[in-house]
Design a protein around this ligand. Sequence first.
Ligand code: NDP
Length: 302
Amino acid sequence: SKAWTLRQHFQGFPKASDFHLREETLPQPKNGQVLLEAVFLSVDPYMRPYSQTMMKEGDVMIGSQVAKVIQSYNPSFPVGCHVVSDCGWRSHWVCDGAELTPVLPDWPQDIPLSLALGAIGMPGLTALYGLEEVCEIKKGETLLVNAAAGAVGSVVGQIAKIKGCRVVGCAGTDTKVSYLKELGFDQVFNYKTATSLEESLREAAPHGYDCYFENVGGKFSSVVMPQMREYGRIAVCGSISMYNDTTPQTGILLSKTNKMFVLILQGKLRCNEHITSGFNNMPAAFMGMLQGDNIGKAVVKV
Ligand code: NDP
């Protein structure tokens, strides 16, 4: 078995030398336990701040994966079934069934299993929760979402469109901008090439924003705040622009699944994935996601 560990805490943007690939010998599974083999592993922004505050050097990188059961002493998880496990960046793992979430036995054939880490999983549910429970978004309202071509952002924008909203999105490349237009976003711009973020935001929604789905934080948010309408709502989801900072930015650090299947199967929700091949490429996939290589969810296929 192989596992990626944090060799040393990241200083600023992560480097390949901050990671270490370790060989492990796993114990034989006992009664109630299973042996897992990773199929898809997730790389997510939260791993960056988490590693700094919650991990010691030498710890295995945190993360979720879709894994296949290859040996089983637990009748609830027979050999060949798929599960979601939070066992980190590991190729194999022995654990109790209680630590596992089964992938539905009637998982639709047309939906890739990797989406259990994306639109059907944590990022998709984050999008849905933020829109419905935090923003309480209503038909006819104008929504702004940043990191809009990513795992969370692309679902946020599409669901807001389905709910009859006007959606403004921003992303860091022109290819992402074109992709978001294809998805039906009303106004999209590249925040890296815009001459003025403030003006681009104002042009996209001259009457201001009813809802802001906040993925980026920092200075970006400081520019958005004055453009929020009265009674506007903000879903504070993440602040990726600050995760690699060595000195704090001045700015604001703000800190239902079946529905998704239906939307995807009806073709109403498109789920692009940015798939990197090979367990050995976990660090490269993680660093690529942090610097914006991905359109849609970033995952690694073993
Ligand atoms: P993404 O798939 O969106 O990947 C990260 C994207 O962030 C990159 O592709 C890049 O796109 C963008 N980005 C990177 N650096 C910056 C920067 N300095 N300024 C602006 N954008 C930047 O990741 P997720 O969809 O998984 O996560 C998006 C946000 O949601 C993160 O902040 C994350 O922490 C948060 N999150 C929070 C959850 C919660 O439970 N609260 C759950 C899941 C995610 P670009 O090319 O556009 O710059």
